[in-house]
Structures are given as structure tokens and as C-alpha cells.
Design a protein around this ligand. Structure first.
Ligand code: DTR
Length: 333
């Protein structure tokens, strides 16, 4: 009898089911204002993780650079100043040589397409550039277009115009004859308000989310490169998580990339309607010959990227081939 009670006691004492799941709280830092798409996707990620872990994990979100800013996001996560952070690879030229392949003018049409290409590329190569963190998801913006305070109907109209961009987008503007002014999105509203820049080169949802329509009554459709983003987690923190929680987050990686792409594509359309209705903004398209000339002018970026990638021992040709192949695989939506 005594032996049986002892066995029962031991079984109960060591059964994990009777041990309450330990509560986990994570801090998630983001750099732009809460209204913008990187923060909307952050709230969606938080909600899904909390739901799928039955509340075991709780995520506190910090938009607007309140915990980490655009330029210290990566370092901050590596150092553990926040557990999770959202960063834009374009803001740190040279730091992410492989994943910035998606910045090249390869003709992405949507954010969904570019996001899935980026995610698959990351999964395939697991590049060294992210080895110090755990990557939770990645996504890319919709293609970049011009938003300006003066009409830009052809490439000549851009000549010498000070336009805000970042990373590879600055090189694009330079090749097209404009004067790029480089800064993260979080600093752009002030630069526009103070007239330090005459326009912005970005995906168009910021017409609404940051109310750029108020300063930029004209848009020119260029459909040039996208900006890649990553959501990364401190490695030690990741390794301290229970396997079940890690499974939930791993499962979310691709799904979150696609969700964000779809959200953004829809939101660009809404922002365009908002800008037209509220501010009567006008959109121009380049003529076919100007479009051709534009692609000719930005072509050198591909060769430059290849050279840089080779210096870092990356298989540049193969990576680029994959980008084109995946671009075609995810085209059409
Ligand atoms: N186009 C990039 C990335 C970007 C697009 N929309 C937002 C909103 C908030 C932050 C970044 C972005 C850029 O211009 O920085």
C-alpha cells in the first residue's frame, strides 16, 4: 500500500501536466509610427502568438522607436535590449549582402510577391548576415514610386530634385538624375514638413499612413525596387523558449510574410483612394520609351550587387537566378 502511494506521489510530482506552464513576456521593438505597416504586422504577430500559445506568451509592443530606433535595431536585439525587433535591411548598406538582392530592379509587382521571394531566399541560403539572431519572419514593401510636390512626368523632371530614399533606393534616384537624401522613414515626415526634401521615393501606402498626401500632391508610377524587412529575435532568448512556443513561432514565419504582403498591397490601393479623395492628388505614368530608358539607367545596380556579393563569397549568379525564378513563381497576384 505504502509503495503504491509513493509511486503515485512520484508520478504526480514529475508529471509536466500538473506543472503550470511558465508565463513568458517578450518585448518587441519597432521603429516607425504605429499607423504604418511594419507596426500593423507587429500587432498581428503579437495577437497570433498570444492566441496560439493560449496566453502563455505575452508580447509587449513598442512602436515609434520608443525602445529601439531604425539604426540601432539590429545591434539592440543582438545585445538583448529588446527580445524581438523589426528592421529594414536597406537602412544599413553592406550589412545584409544576400537578402538585399531583392532590392534590385528585377520587376516585382506586389508586396506579396516580393515578401514570399525574400522568405524563400532566406530559407534556402540561411545567410551568415543573420547568424547572430533568430529570424522570425521577413517581408518586403510594395514597389517604390515617387511622391512629389511638383509634377514629374518624365525622367528630365526629376533632375536635381531632392528626394528622400534609403539604401539602394538612393542609388536608383542618383542614376535617374535626382538628388537623393538618405534617411529612415521615421525621420521623413519632419524633412517633408520643413521642405528639406521635395518628395519621397517609397511604396505608396505612406500617402495615408503618414499623411504624405498633404505634402505630395503628385505621384509618378515607376514600380521600382522594394525594401526588405526582417523580424529578428535575440538568440539566447529564443533558445530559452519552450519547444512548443518555438514551434508556434516557426509555423508563423512564412504565413506572416504572406499576410504582411497581402495587407500592404491592399493598403496601397486604399491609400491611393484616400489621397485622391482627400487631397485631389494626381498620378502620372512614364511613357513606354521613358520606362525603357529608366530600366536601362538602373541596370548597373545589378552588376554592382554581383560584384559586392562575390567579395563576400556569396554565389551571386545563383542567388540572382533564384530571385528571378521565385519572382516568376509568385507572380500574378
Ligand atoms: N520604402 C521604405 C520602407 C517603408 C515603406 N513604408 C514604410 C512605412 C514605415 C517605415 C518604413 C517603410 C522606406 O522608404 O523606408
Amino acid at each position: 500500500m505504502f509503495k503504491r502511494i509513493l509511486v503515485l506521489f512520484l508520478v504526480l510530482a514529475f508529471t509536466p501536466a500538473v506543472v503550470a506552464a511558465e508565463q513568458i513576456t517578450l518585448n518587441y521593438a519597432n521603429f516607425p509610427p504605429a499607423s504604418t505597416f511594419p507596426c500593423v504586422q507587429m500587432e498581428r504577430f503579437k495577437a497570433e502568438v498570444e492566441k496560439r500559445t493560449d496566453g502563455q506568451v505575452q508580447i509587449n509592443t513598442y512602436p515609434g522607436g520608443t525602445l529601439l530606433g531604425a539604426k540601432n535595431m539590429f545591434r539592440g536585439i543582438i545585445n538583448g535590449q529588446a527580445d524581438i525587433g523589426c528592421l529594414c535591411m536597406s537602412y544599413q548598406p553592406g550589412v545584409f549582402p544576400l537578402t538585399t538582392a531583392v532590392e534590385l530592379p528585377v520587376g516585382f509587382k506586389t508586396s506579396r510577391q516580393a515578401s514570399l521571394v525574400l522568405w524563400d531566399l532566406y530559407q534556402k541560403y540561411e545567410p551568415r548576415e543573420f547568424s547572430r539572431v533568430k529570424v522570425l519572419t521577413m517581408f518586403a514593401t510594395a514597389p517604390s514610386n515617387l511622391m512629389t510636390n511638383k509634377p514629374v512626368k518624365n525622367l528630365a523632371d526629376m533632375k536635381g530634385m531632392q528626394i528622400r530614399a534609403s539604401g539602394a533606393a538612393s542609388s536608383v534616384l542618383e542614376l535617374l538624375g535626382a538628388t537623393p537624401v538618405s534617411m529612415p522613414m521615421s525621420e521623413t515626415p519632419e524633412a517633408l514638413q520643413k521642405g528639406m526634401v521635395k518628395g519621397v521615393f517609397s511604396s505608396l501606402e505612406v500617402l495615408q499612413d503618414l499623411n504624405f498626401a498633404a505634402y505630395c500632391p503628385y505621384q509618378t508610377r515607376l514600380d521600382l525596387q522594394v525594401y526588405p524587412f526582417a523580424v529578428v529575435m535575440n538568440r539566447d532568448k529564443w533558445e530559452s523558449l519552450p519547444p512548443k512556443v518555438r514551434e508556434v513561432m516557426d509555423e508563423l514565419g512564412r504565413e506572416q510574410a504572406e499576410w504582411t504582403g497581402e495587407y500592404m498591397d491592399g493598403h496601397v490601393q486604399k491609400a491611393l483612394a484616400y489621397a485622391r479623395e482627400k487631397y485631389g492628388t494626381e498620378m502620372f505614368s512614364l511613357s513606354p520609351s521613358q520606362r525603357e530608358l529608366m530600366f536601362e539607367k538602373v541596370e548597373p545596380l545589378i552588376g554592382e550587387w554581383k560584384e559586392e556579393a562575390k567579395k563576400r563569397d556569396l554565389e551571386a549568379e545563383k542567388i540572382l537566378e533564384d530571385v528571378y525564378e521565385l519572382r516568376d513563381k509568385y507572380a500574378g497576384r
